[in-house]
Write a protein that binds this ligand. Structure first.
Ligand SMILES: Cc1cc2nc3c(=O)[nH]c(=O)nc-3n(C[C@H](O)[C@H](O)[C@H](O)COP(=O)(O)O)c2cc1C
Length: 320
């Protein structure tokens, strides 16, 4: 169960990431101390068409609870129907609506970030999804399409439509990932609304989480890239926020612990895969786990060729 109004503050959650926050990644994040996971976006239209691949993306393990399923779409009736289908079939703890994805194939049909320019449609979508479920409904968006202060009006539209929580990535759609996330602007939006706000963008450490919360007075943080190859970041942030101290450098993940976590994640990934070479799709995670790691140079090339769990065990056996 999730109740955004009463959830312990500050909330620390895993952000939705397409192709990344699948069931295996969410399970490993949970085992390492992540409190709430947002699963990657799925298309409401594809859900309504009963597309098998899309429905499979919404399946999860009980260990991942509490879990928020994100949907994208621009037709209120289809968004409502998709919400009901996912609720009946999988019963996630909450729903989230994607209003921030900048990819052209998404915004081209008024999905994702394009909704920031469509306040009336935004409001209809939120109301339709709210009417379709008794679970909490949140929205994830950016600061604006082209101007970072667009969020000041957009946050009010989202609140008035009845959303239970708003996550804001501190960049505009036009910025993509350029520049720095503007936490000050998220803080200004927070002052204008009463619905809970999660701060998102450029939180790569416990120190950054503390600073982002200080600047914004937000209700919590949502971590995306900072968790890739680094799923223990949630425990580091929770500890730092509850002790009001920085992370203890003695608790830095050593190379043997890293290898054990990588193997555990790889096994979960392989269990879910229907592929004969299940770790081909795990190489992207390996690239994150070993990015900038001293001593990883020697194994990097082999890591990028793994196909099975035993290939990976062989490469990592000397590191454990
Ligand atoms: C690989 C990848 C996939 C993403 N997929 C989604 C998605 O499905 N839904 C969404 O709302 N945001 C998605 N995002 C955006 C992130 O949730 C987040 O808003 C953004 O990366 C900024 O946060 P960060 O600085 O912590 O990475 C994705 C980001 C990445 C890097």
């Amino acid at each position: 169960m999730i109740n955004w109004a009463t959830e312990k503050r500050p909330i620390v959650a895993l952000a939705p990431m397409a192709d990344m926050t699948d069931s295996a990644f969410c399970r490993i994040a949970k085992r390492l101390g992540c409190r709430i996971v947002f699963r990657e976006m799925i298309s409401a239209e594809a859900v309504v068409r009963k597309n098998d691949k899309t429905l499979a993306m919404a399946a999860f393990h009980d260990e991942e609870r509490p879990i928020v399923q994100q949907l994208f779409g621009s037709d209120p009736a289809i968004m409502a129907e998709a919400t009901q289908i996912i609720a009946e079939q999988f019963n996630p703890d909450a729903f989230d609506i994607n209003m921030g994805c900048p990819a052209h194939k998404i915004t081209g049909s008024f999905n994702g970030a394009a909704l920031m320019r469509e306040p009336k449609l935004t409001s209809k979508i939120i109301k339709a999804v709210k009417a379709a479920t008794s679970k909490p409904v949140s929205v994830k968006t950016r600061l604006g399409w082209s101007r970072s202060d667009e969020i000041l009006e957009f946050a009010r539209v989202i609140e008035a439509a009845g959303a239970d929580l708003l996550s804001i990535h501190g960049r505009t759609k036009e910025q993509g990932y350029a520049g720095q996330a503007n936490w000050e602007m998220i803080g200004r939006a927070k002052q204008l609304v009463t619905l809970p706000i999660l701060v998102n963008g450029d939180i790569f450490s416990a120190e950054a989480a503390t600073e982002a919360l200080d600047i914004t007075a937000g209700d919590g943080v949502l971590i995306a890239r900072g968790a890739l190859g680094n799923p223990w970041i949630f425990a580091e942030i929770e500890t730092a926020l509850s002790n009001k101290t920085g992370p203890d450098p003695k608790n830095k993940i050593d190379s043997a612990t890293r290898s054990k976590i990588v193997l555990e994640h790889a096994r979960l990934h392989a269990d879910l895969s229907k592929n004969e070479r299940p770790l081909v799709t795990f190489r992207k995670h390996l690239a994150w786990y070993y990015r900038g790691q001293p001593g990883a140079k020697a194994i990097r090339q082999n890591l990028m060729q793994v196909e099975t769990v035993s290939d990976l065990e062989e490469i990592l056996k000397n590191t454990i």
